[in-house]
Design a protein around this ligand. Structure first.
Ligand code: CP
Length: 303
């Protein structure tokens, strides 16, 4: 994985993904505070973020590296009209690795083509969020003891939610069953269903899920992505379609866990937080280990 950019989760083979999960577990049990001594990582965030940016920066700091970058593009020369191409070429001179989030789909792939250092996609529009997928898989493996034969309920904004797109692609080799629960206007896009069809993966689409919730191993809740709607009336109509409440969890498997990439708005009621099946805050913590693993693999410090 040395010098490899990570733009789509499919840039890593299943074997490489499994190796990243092993390395993440090594970091969780054995922090390596000097592994990145002398290395500089640039975090270029053209869109807001709490978890992704801060967990990347925490990961670098915990391994002894240094972070440069911006979280507000208006504080960079982008605000003067500098192109993405020039920005990325310049920043390549100052660092060993670029982590980038951008609202345009395909922007991270483009950045990887003009950069002279590896690029990690921290989310490009509604397209992909591959490091979120790695921490999601790490969380699934940690809570279920396996990746194979997991019944995953994906609930909410399956159209614009980039995390569900990356996750279904990466889980496809492990014989999952997917249940997609969404408002008709926010259904899983056809291209991802076609991908699953080609891989022979089972999936079912629903508008309700309370009658089948007992089958779930993982309930993956998602926020309706307000920032992706061109018509905010559509957002208002769809935003509160699904609200997971503690009372709905009575008939779920004891081993079932609730994931959410966060931030949440209303889709998980706060009364769920105390339920031992709520795993989303631990999931966010796992992001540090997964990102340590990706950074160290791409920089050739772990193989
Ligand atoms: N999960 C996630 O991408 O969160 P942030 O938008 O806060 O980075």
């Amino acid at each position: 994985m040395k010098d490899k950019s990570l733009i789509s989760i499919t840039d890593f083979s299943t074997e490489e993904i499994l190796r990243i999960l092993e390395i993440a577990a090594e970091f969780e049990s054995n922090p390596q505070p000097h592994l990145l001594d002398g290395k500089v990582v640039a975090t270029l965030f053209f869109e807001p973020s709490t978890r992704t940016r801060l967990s990347f920066e925490s990961a670098v700091n915990r391994m002894g590296g240094r972070v440069i970058g911006f979280s507000d593009p208006n504080a960079s020369s982008v605000s003067k009209g500098e192109t993405l191409k020039d920005t990325v070429r310049m920043v390549s001179n100052y660092c060993d690795l670029i982590v980038m989030r951008h609202p345009l789909e395909g922007s991270s792939r483009y950045a990887s083509e003009v950069a002279t250092v590896p690029v990690i996609n921290a989310g490009d529009g509604a397209n992909q969020h591959p490091t979120q997928t790695l921490l999601d898989m790490y969380s699934i493996k940690k809570t279920q003891g396996r990746l194979d034969n997991i019944n995953i309920f994906m609930v909410g904004d399956l159209k614009y939610g980039r995390t569900v797109h990356s996750l279904l692609m990466a889980m496809a080799p492990f014989n999952p069953t997917f249940n997609f629960i969404s408002h008709p206007k926010l259904k899983m896009p056809d291209e991802y269903k076609l991908f699953l069809d080609q891989k022979g993966v089972k999936y079912y689409e629903h508008q309700e899920f309370t009658d089948i919730i007992s089958q779930a191993d993982i309930i993956y809740m998602t926020r309706v992505q307000r920032e992706r709607f061109s018509d905010l009336m559509e957002y208002e109509k769809t935003k509160d379609t699904y609200v997971l409440r503690n009372s709905m969890l009575a008939n779920t498997k004891p081993t079932m866990r609730i994931l959410h990439p966060l931030p949440r708005i209303n889709e998980i009621n706060q009364d769920v937080d105390q339920n031992p099946k709520a795993y989303y805050f631990d999931q966010a913590r796992n992001g540090v280990f997964a990102r340590q693993a990706v950074i160290s693999a791409v920089l050739g410090l772990k193989s």
